[in-house]
Design a protein around this ligand. Structure first.
Ligand SMILES: Cc1cc2nc3c(=O)[nH]c(=O)nc-3n(C[C@H](O)[C@H](O)[C@H](O)COP(=O)(O)O)c2cc1C
Length: 202
């Protein structure tokens, strides 16, 4: 029987999972997770995200090969597992950021290029929306008792992986998320004290 977890349990128990059982996940379960995660907020409710669900082992292996090749070119030796362990998962999600345009960007583009640049590329509301979607995916995965990890390391081979997956500009591959039946981690990564991460203005 699947016991219902509280929100606090889901948030506290979620960890990056990098080891998975050799067991498939039903595509309907993955669709449910993505559908639930599409409740995430986004600038102007643009929902400027798209998810490529990769289940083909040959494609996943080719992705690993390009990460290895680029890593070797840059560093000179084999890539550490935190760049390549996504090959262990039965499903890899490739999260795509779609373009986000706001009417304010249009106005600022004409009236104040500097302010437009800062808001569009430094504040980057488009990427913030996608990040929120990814966070929802990780929590939805945990809620299903499955495991996942947000990965940007493999995107040293971003161009090569985009070409493989047919992602073309202006679409932008921003993360990979391997999802699988988790081999549970015992330890949880430490967290900063609340006093270190807040400032109160009374
Ligand atoms: C933007 C981003 C990129 C990440 N990229 C990787 C990665 O490439 N490989 C990896 O093993 N973990 C990656 N992680 C996972 C972090 O290492 C992990 O979230 C952090 O150490 C805290 O651990 P926890 O998720 O278990 O709480 C990434 C996390 C974020 C948010």
């Amino acid at each position: 029987m699947n016991e219902r977890k509280t929100f606090v349990e889901v948030v506290k128990n979620r960890k990056s999972i990098r080891k998975y059982k050799d067991e498939n996940i039903d595509i309907e379960k993955i669709k449910e997770i993505i559908s639930l995660s599409s409740n995430a907020p986004s600038g102007g409710n643009f929902q400027n995200w798209h998810c490529i669900i990769i289940r083909n082992k040959t494609v996943i292996e080719k992705m690993r090969e390009s990460v290895e090749a680029i890593y070797k070119k840059i560093i000179g030796n084999a890539a550490p597992s935190y760049y390549t362990f996504f090959t262990e998962a039965p499903v890899v999600l490739a999260v795509i950021e779609k373009p986000y345009y706001s009417s304010m960007d249009e106005i600022l583009e004409k009236t104040d290029k500097e302010r437009n640049y800062i808001r569009k590329f430094i504040v980057n509301p488009g990427l913030q929306g996608v990040s929120s979607f990814i966070t929802h995916i990780l929590l939805a995965v945990e809620n299903e008792g499955l495991g996942a990890c947000w990965m940007t390391g493999p995107l040293i081979a971003k161009e090569e992986i985009e070409a493989m997956l047919g992602v073309r500009k202006p679409d932008n591959l921003v993360a990979l998320i391997p999802v699988g039946h988790k081999i549970e981690r015992k330890s949880k990564s430490g967290r900063k004290e609340i006093s270190e991460i807040i400032t109160i203005i009374d």
